[in-house]
Design a protein. Structure first.
Length: 334
């Protein structure tokens, strides 16, 4: 089956396009023996092509780097203007398939670099067009388990400081991909080798300080003391607290999702990862109204403290039945 046929099988809406080039990641993934779930298509009037799908169209990027996204089921189609393959970031992403003729275009030897498992820039000046590409070199090396070639490393190091000119949300997306790959120390080594660590984290990163790679995202950020905006910030702060105190109640309060990330974090620090995990489904055996009826207390801090004491006793395994709960409450209210 040709590359065109494989793409059309995976992305059937491409059959409707009169012309266009499928470029970049989808072709790279097919060469790696993977089945992509998103495809980048360069074509004339990409917005009109995206709108022709009859679905919601999402704008990506801004000013000269705009793409139009359409999501259909579990498939993602991104459409952008035709541009020379020589303007792309790396050779492995500069491979295209002509959707009309099926021609495979690989003017920069991307297929050879995929076979050799190398991330190689097309031209150093392309980093200046979009400095985020500096960090993407690390992303592809980590997620694909490739090596960055020496000339590309030199070019990235020379421009590392310019990464701070990139919008923070774009940087955080790349970092989230890098630190979700289960290759924590490899990521740190490459961030140090590219000199991107100092502008991104304010210090040189030392992979030798850590002892594990299977570190999930929030745990990785907790280890690096990096707190991006968004809901992950709470996870990071809680994990940092749990490092020093992770008894049953602390783990229960953190919640099962956050508590599950603590063992790999502890392993990375070279510490014992055995935890005395609580039953996270436990709820107080008595409601606030029931405690009020038993004690005669009005709603307030005192009643809340008794309910909390009951919950803690249950989590510790000291109270297991309603009768035991009522006895504890009666004793606490004296």
């Amino acid at each position: 089956m040709s590359f065109r046929e494989r793409l059309l099988a995976l992305f059937p809406r491409l059959n409707e396009l009169p012309a266009g080039l499928a470029v970049g990641g989808a072709i790279r993934d097919l060469l790696l023996g993977r089945a992509p779930n998103d495809v980048d298509v360069e074509c004339d009037d990409p917005l009109a092509v995206a709108q022709s799908f009859g679905r919601k169209v999402i704008q990506l990027g801004r000013e000269g780097m705009i793409a139009w996204r359409v999501v259909e089921g579990d498939r993602i189609y991104d459409f952008s203007e035709l541009s020379p393959l020589g303007r792309r970031d790396f050779t492995i992403n500069a491979i295209a398939v002509d959707l009309a003729t099926g021609e495979l275009r690989d003017p920069h030897g991307g297929a050879t670099d995929i076979d050799a498992r190398i991330v190689r820039m097309i031209a150093a000046k392309n980093f200046d067009d979009d400095p985020l590409r500096l960090l993407r070199a690390v992303r592809f090396a980590v997620t694909l388990d490739f090596t960055i070639d020496d000339a590309t490393l030199d070019a990235v190091r020379a421009r590392a400081a310019t990464i701070t000119s990139v919008a923070s949300e774009r940087i955080e997306y790349e970092l989230s991909v890098i630190f979700s790959a289960g290759a924590f120390r490899r990521a740190l080594e490459l961030l140090r080798a590219t000199a991107l660590d100092v502008p991104l984290f304010g210090a040189e990163l030392d992979a030798s300080r850590f002892h594990a790679d299977d570190v999930p995202l929030a745990a990785a950020y907790a280890l690096l003391r990096h707190v991006p905006p968004g809901p992950v910030a709470r996870e990071i702060a809680t994990l940092q607290q749990l490092v020093e105190k992770h008894d049953r109640m602390a783990l229960y309060d953190a919640g099962e999702w956050i508590a599950s990330q603590l063992p790999p974090l502890l392993r990375a620090l070279g510490r014992d990862d055995a935890l005395d995990l609580p039953d996270f489904s436990i709820r107080a055996l008595l409601s606030g109204d029931e405690i009020a009826a038993l004690t005669g207390l009005a709603p307030g801090p005192r009643l809340g403290a008794i309910k909390r004491a009951l919950l803690e006793a249950q989590v510790r395994g000291e109270v297991r039945t309603r009768e035991e709960a009522e006895k504890l409450v009666a004793t606490s209210s004296m």
